[in-house]
Design a protein around this ligand. Structure first.
Ligand code: NFA
Length: 103
């Protein structure tokens, strides 16, 4: 019969369980041989930091032994680590860069 609700009914969707992928910290490690200017250059070149930010993080690594230089998806973090390790090896510096899953 006329006046029924079939055409105007709304089905409300329940919240979909969208899980965000884990993030990874990219860490830079201190050593006794890599020149400070080289580390600053790496941070500017591969992490898009300005000179002041790069110098600050370099000094933190130098003084504390390690620092987080950025947080990225697994794929981007792997790319950054590879770029830094390749660049350091090509310049014969022992600079180490690693990644670690964020809690
Ligand atoms: N410790 C290095 C030096 O005194 C500088 C350095 C900083 C190396 C940060 C690696 C990472 N030349």
């Amino acid at each position: 019969k006329p006046g029924q609700d079939d055409e105007t009914s709304i089905l409300i969707q329940t919240r979909p369980a969208t899980r965000r992928p884990p993030l990874y910290k990219v860490l830079l490690l201190n050593d006794d041989y890599t020149p400070m200017e080289f580390v600053v250059h790496v941070l500017e070149r591969f992490f898009g930091l300005n000179h002041a930010q790069a110098f600050e993080i370099m000094l933190t690594v130098h003084k504390k032994g390690v620092a987080v230089v950025g947080v990225f998806s697994h794929e981007i973090a792997e790319t950054k680590v590879g770029q830094v390790m390749d660049f350091a090896r090509r310049h014969q510096h022992p600079l180490q860069c690693t990644m670690e899953k964020e809690d």
